[in-house]
Design a protein around this ligand. Structure first.
Ligand SMILES: N[C@@H](Cc1c[nH]cn1)C(=O)NCC(=O)O
Length: 439
């Protein structure tokens, strides 16, 4: 079978197998929106407790990103991703059986712990199997998988919960995930050489780093100012998007326009569609044009205008809100190029550490911004309750979108800083950090 014998084809099969695990990570992390009423009923939680149950995934996920990068570079993506998938899906099954809030919270933490390694392992796998000028396309395609997972966590999940109940649905997701972990272990190899092929032309050789080299790489990554600026940019952009599509987007639409939750979730679903289209398209374009930072500047400017529109107007026509959600997903594709930039600034054999560090910052944003916006909404709450649910004010939502706009503006300033630095740096210095040339 050519698909299996040709390394240029086999890598797609392996990427798809790992991608399925990532789809499940995304389905699980965003499932709390659809499951919220079931969880509140099952564990008798308040809104704040539900928020904690949701956020514990992101805190564990964020903290784990640097260790994940070290593991991906040292142990390799195959073993790290397999172990992560086993832990995550054991957590999913445990969550489906939980009989108390504390147990459910611990189980969700376990889901975050296992799930946290998958994305960086896929990027590490791509660094081993794809050329540097294919990396932005592949990281964009991996983000698109996240979009599929996000879409799965909306209407399809809701239909399944209606038909089979939330515990059976979640439990079966865990069983499927465990089967995928076995498949990834059986199929995936860390590099073409490990799979019995020659090195793929143009893909740098991947030595395994010693502990001293790991420490030196981590220290070089943490001293790289570009890495910190890109991390701040990802903190803001990923934080805003996951807050919008994972938590506050639906209540904003429901309460501002007096529409049903199902209707509102189709609008946030547009954000997932944007994520499926934008990152792979922008990544492909960036690899073709050999341009990263220029696209980031243009995309982030558009992102700020979109968010600012809702902050200023408050209740623009619903199709405009849908377009803003779609564009916020599409424009995330330009921020994703930050992963390619950090990878290119450090040796390929340390790409897990560099991309993992940036991804950690992105998920601290996803853990902190929902709470920040929640505080603002609570501060402007008038005490109105409908069916036990807090109804927030238009001013509260406008200020929350104002925070999102400021976060977008900070991300835009980061891209301007990168642009100016790139202009000011000669090409030979550009790809060098501490004298180590990135491939
Ligand atoms: N797709 C992003 C997360 C995101 C942002 N907006 C909606 N989803 C992603 O995949 N980030 C990397 C990761 O580790 O999950």
């Amino acid at each position: 079978m050519r698909l299996w014998r040709d390394p240029l084809r086999r890598r797609w099969v392996l990427w798809a197998a790992m991608g399925t695990l990532f789809l499940l990570v995304n389905a699980n992390r965003l499932s709390t929106a659809v499951l919220s009423e079931n969880l509140m009923a099952a564990f008798g939680t308040t809104g704040a407790q539900l928020g904690t149950l949701h956020a514990v995934f992101f805190w564990v996920y964020a903290v784990m990103q640097i260790p994940t990068g070290l593991l991906a570079d040292r142990v390799g993506p195959r073993l790290t991703a397999t172990a992560g998938a086993v832990v995550m899906n054991a957590g999913v099954i445990w969550f489906s059986l939980a009989d108390a809030y504390l147990v459910a919270t611990l189980a969700r933490g376990l889901i975050g712990l296992g799930g946290s390694v998958i994305f960086v392992c896929i990027l590490r796998f791509c660094a081993n199997w794809y050329r540097a000028d294919e990396f932005a396309t592949m990281s964009g395609a991996t983000f698109a998988v996240a979009g599929f997972g996000g879409v799965f966590a909306t209407t399809p999940l809701a239909l399944s919960v209606d038909a089979f109940g939330w515990r059976s649905t979640v439990g079966w997701l865990g069983v499927v995930g465990l089967a995928m972990a076995v498949l990834v272990f059986a199929l995936v190899r860390d590099s073409p050489v490990d799979a019995g092929f020659e090195r793929i032309e143009g893909v740098p050789g991947q030595e395994t780093l010693t502990t001293a080299q790991l420490r030196a790489s981590l220290s070089a990554v943490l001293r790289d100012r570009w890495l910190w600026v890109i991390s701040l940019m990802l903190f803001c952009s990923t934080g805003v998007n996951l807050t919008l599509f994972g938590l506050w987007g639906v209540p904003y639409v429901v309460q501002t326009y007096d529409v049903s939750v199902t209707y509102a979730s189709t609008l946030t679903l547009l954000g997932g569609v944007g994520l499926m289209v934008g990152p792979p398209a922008v990544g492909w374009l960036s690899d073709r044009l050999e341009s990263r930072v220029e696209l980031m500047v243009a995309g982030s400017a558009c992102y700020v205008v979109c968010l600012g529109l809702i902050a200023v107007v408050g209740d623009p026509p619903l199709p405009v809100v849908g377009a803003v959600f779609l564009l916020a997903g599409v424009m995330l594709g330009t921020f994703v190029l930050g992963y390619s930039v950090v990878k290119e600034r450090h040796p390929s054999s340390a790409s897990g550490i560099s991309t993992g560090t940036a991804n950690g910052a992105a998920f601290f944003g996803a853990a902190i911004l929902p709470t920040l916006m929640g505080w603002v909404l609570d501060a402007y709450w008038t005490g109105e309750l409908v069916g036990g649910v807090r109804v927030y004010t238009r001013t509260g939502y406008r200020i929350a979108f104002g925070i999102a706009t400021v976060a977008g503006a900070i991300a835009f300033c980061c891209t301007l800083w990168l642009y100016r630095r790139e202009r000011a740096t000669s090409p030979s210095e550009e790809s060098t950090v501490d004298g180590v040339t990135g491939e």
